[in-house]
Design a protein around this ligand. Sequence first.
Ligand SMILES: NC(=O)c1ccc[n+]([C@@H]2O[C@H](COP(=O)([O-])OP(=O)(O)OC[C@H]3O[C@@H](n4cnc5c(N)ncnc54)[C@H](O)[C@@H]3O)[C@@H](O)[C@H]2O)c1
Length: 339
Amino acid sequence: MTAKKRTALVTGSAGFIGYHVAARLLAEGFKVVGFDGMTDYYDVTLKQRRHQMLSQSPNFTPIEGLLETDGLVMGIMSDHKPDVVIHLAAQAGVRWSIENPRAYVDANLIGAFNVLEAVRAYPCEHLLMASTSSIYGANTVMPYEETHKVDTQMSFYAATKKANEAMAHSYSHLYDMPVTMFRFFTVYGPWGRPDMALFKFTKAILEGTSIDVYNHGDMSRDFTYIDDLVEGIRLLVDTPPERSEGKVEDGDSLSPVAAWRAVNIGNGEPVQLMAFIEAIEAATGHEAKKNFMDMQPGDVPATWAEADLLKRLTGYQPKTDMRTGVARFVEWYRDYYQV
Ligand SMILES: NC(=O)c1ccc[n+]([C@@H]2O[C@H](COP(=O)([O-])OP(=O)(O)OC[C@H]3O[C@@H](n4cnc5c(N)ncnc54)[C@H](O)[C@@H]3O)[C@@H](O)[C@H]2O)c1
């Protein structure tokens, strides 16, 4: 008798990270239900292409709809009864949240609530949800550890993710749901997001237009290559938190009262913005025209992940160096846009 295939619901499956996560699970023999609203925050063609590629697998079921539509996620849970739920759909982006905060209320607050309610009604082994490094906000003690206090978000985007962590904690506690919150650190790689620096810089450099370099280049980010991120997510899927009964090890973010944990997924190695730009210049073979600007509101000058908890839990630590990852992105970009 063959073992029953495990089913995963991946929300945001037409998005950058969701696409890669869904592809990885399909390759391993999972059935994947991919839910996405195909929102026009960035080029919808990119999202459609990602779903088309996933749809080549007979084990992939695409469903289009908005998270905030009442009863929709509930219906999907009822129809498919997934073993795991990986909730990645969201309105992402720090800068857009200054101009259009309501989109974040709809997708990130009401949307996450609908996911929690659906998992409460149709319990699964493990709910994993995307949070962000932006949640560390004005914290200056680096590297950022999951056990640090996170009360000073600098953007409404980060505030909605902080709310998601608290909402999920309460559901986990009340309804015995194992929940892992991922705190992602600037993810990049092929099929990446057009609103993020690597995409924008590569496009501008290849088109010969100038790039905006914020805080006059004095910024650093802990960059995470997509394949490393997917590996971390995959290992965490099979590492659901268990209620601690009050005993929590040092450095573990496990809740003292619930099967809830937040985990950084980052390289543990911050990269200076100017070094990042140099890597794109090297990969494209062109020098960037740089337009030095002040810091953008809502942004933070630096991020740096403590990657030890992920390693303790899964034995894994992201490892792709930035120059290698950037070169892979530029190769994908040139091939995809034929430039
Ligand atoms: N990429 C990063 O560096 C990064 C860093 C930290 C956190 N995150 C988080 O990771 C998750 C995935 O990010 P990504 O980079 O793949 O972004 P993405 O924008 O490429 O993917 C998100 C997907 O969610 C869908 N979506 C948005 N609003 C929706 C709604 N209301 N209903 C249904 N679908 C909706 C979009 O169509 C999109 O395909 C997000 O939760 C994001 O906040 C990403």
